[in-house]
Design a protein around this ligand. Structure first.
Ligand SMILES: Cc1ncc(COP(=O)(O)O)c(C=O)c1O
Length: 482
């Protein structure tokens, strides 16, 4: 077995996603060598809880023998066949299975290679459809600040995280952004209801400003995951969906994270948020991350428009060598079977209230300014001296935002730099204690494997508690906390 240092040395030739160019070749990442259930093991033999389930994806947990066997036997049976003019059994069965668990009226599936390509394909499909139907101007898309939809040119153009916009090019002509739907960021004195209405009005105004005949779709995550587990106000999605219907704007529900159990259902758009999306994108939990696969499901409403056409050149020229890959589709079928047989969705619904209760307990820590979550997704947002900001967390009994007290102690620039690194600081301590958290700037997000038990939820959050205490101790010794 190679030593950790040797592996880290080799790894420095791997340019990782979102790598800061100045650190290429200089990193010393923790090397993960194994995994079972909610735990992974590093190359020094330490066991860690996988707090983010990889990247929101290892839903059934690590090291499932039945998954390994399914994948191996599919490789032996048929490892690959072209999806262009041929069919394969796992892809056909998976399409059928997905339709059976999807909301009513979604009867067709396009397979892709992951979440970005699912979103990209969905956007391209709408551009194609509108051109085909003669609505050649209807190709503008509306998204939100802090949304994340992927890393291809089109899907990244739909992302609203400003930090990801540095030094890259995007389609700025066709993508438009509304404000962040995070209730924590609402203005002082604004009620949640007022905030919700503002967000909905903003969407309607943008459609009217661009012209309904020019807007192809509104794209939204049910919960803005990578933006920091942002949970828009109750009723927000439904109201936005109604606006879209009013102006014949398609609604793309990006369920790449929320799909396959994270909120206790295979898909959350209809069951949790009461929206009849026109397109649902999914990936990640679709195979629980064992092999790559993505898909977008499309409603009959959108497909039916093609039925009456005599147009003979309507080829949707989009797809991949690995669309409907038999090994990935076999893995997805097994994954769904495991979720159903082991009643994992029911389990998520049962343990989520406890997960949320423990998560919200962290609001009492002086550096924690917001705790938010739903299902088995959660986030703690941290800051030193939060009272220096305009943004508010505390609410009075009527849900109105009220200011926090106590005076600022350091310059705004210093505070920003320290806040930016808080997620990393907490993650460092937690990793040493045996917990991986996903640090995003000043936030730590949690989305553990769905098989996590209440006892393991305690184990996870007890480690977080210790990690937070050590972080605060560091900050105090640096004179940054009282
Ligand atoms: C909501 C959402 N959409 C799309 C994507 C892109 O998926 P992938 O990284 O599989 O391409 C992600 C990835 O985190 C995501 O969170």
């Amino acid at each position: 077995m190679m030593k950790t240092e040797q592996l880290q040395h080799l790894d420095n030739q791997f340019v990782h996603p979102w790598e800061d160019v100045k650190s290429i070749g200089k990193n010393k990442r923790t090397v993960i060598t194994g995994g079972t259930g909610i735990y992974v093991t590093d190359s020094d033999g330490n066991r860690l809880i996988d707090g983010p389930a990889g990247m929101w994806c290892v839903n059934i947990g690590h090291g499932r023998e039945e998954m390994a066997q399914t994948i191996a036997s599919q490789c032996m049976q048929l490892s690959y066949v072209s999806p262009w003019s041929l069919a394969n059994s796992p892809a056909a069965k998976l399409a059928n299975k997905l339709v059976s668990i999807a909301p009513e009226g979604m009867n067709h599936v396009f397979f892709t290679t992951g979440g970005s390509t699912a979103v990209d394909s969905a956007l391209r499909f709408l551009i194609f459809r509108n051109n085909f139907l003669g609505q050649t101007e209807k190709k503008h898309f509306i998204s939100r600040a802090n949304a994340y939809h992927g890393s291809t040119f089109l899907s990244s153009s739909a992302c609203g995280k400003t930090r990801d916009k540095n030094f890259n090019d995007f389609d700025k002509e066709h993508f438009h952004f509304l404000s962040d739907p995070n209730p924590y960021r609402r203005k002082q004195g604004q009620s949640i209801e007022e905030f919700r209405q503002l967000l909905v009005d903003e969407l309607e105004q943008k459609i009217l400003e661009l012209g309904a005949n020019k807007v192809a779709a509104f794209i939204a995550e049910p919960i803005l995951a990578s933006g920091g587990v942002i949970i828009p106000p109750d009723g927000y999605h439904k109201a936005c969906h109604e606006i879209c219907r009013k102006y014949d704007v398609a609604y793309i529900s990006d369920e790449v994270v929320t799909g396959f159990g994270r909120l206790g259902h295979f898909f959350s758009s209809k069951v949790v948020f009461d929206i009849d999306a026109d397109i649902i994108t999914c990936a990640k939990g679709l195979t629980s991350g064992y092999v790559p696969l993505g898909a977008f499901l499309v409603s009959d409403r959108l497909l039916d428009d093609f039925k009456d056409t005599d147009e003979s050149t309507g080829v949707f020229s989009n797809g991949y060598t690995y669309s409907g890959h038999p090994v990935s589709c076999a893995a997805a079928l097994k994954n769904i079977e495991i979720i159903q047989d082991e009643k994992i969705l029911e389990h998520v619904r049962e343990v989520s209230p406890y997960f949320q209760q423990r998560l919200h307990g962290f609001i009492d820590y002086p550096i924690v300014v917001d705790t938010r979550g739903m299902g088995l997704m959660g986030c703690i947002e941290c800051e030193i001296n939060p009272e220096q900001n305009d943004q508010q967390q505390s609410t009075d009994q009527k849900g109105y935002a009220v200011p926090r007290s106590s005076p600022p102690q350091i310059s705004k620039a210093d505070k920003l730099a320290i806040d930016y690194d808080l997620g990393n600081r907490i993650d460092k301590h937690c990793q040493a204690l045996g917990l991986i958290v996903r640090p995003i700037i000043n936030m730590c997000v949690f989305s553990p494997p769905l098989v996590i038990t209440k006892k393991q939820i305690d184990e996870m959050f007890n480690l977080l508690e210790k990690g937070l205490q050590l972080t605060m101790k560091d900050l105090s010794s640096e004179g940054l906390l009282d």
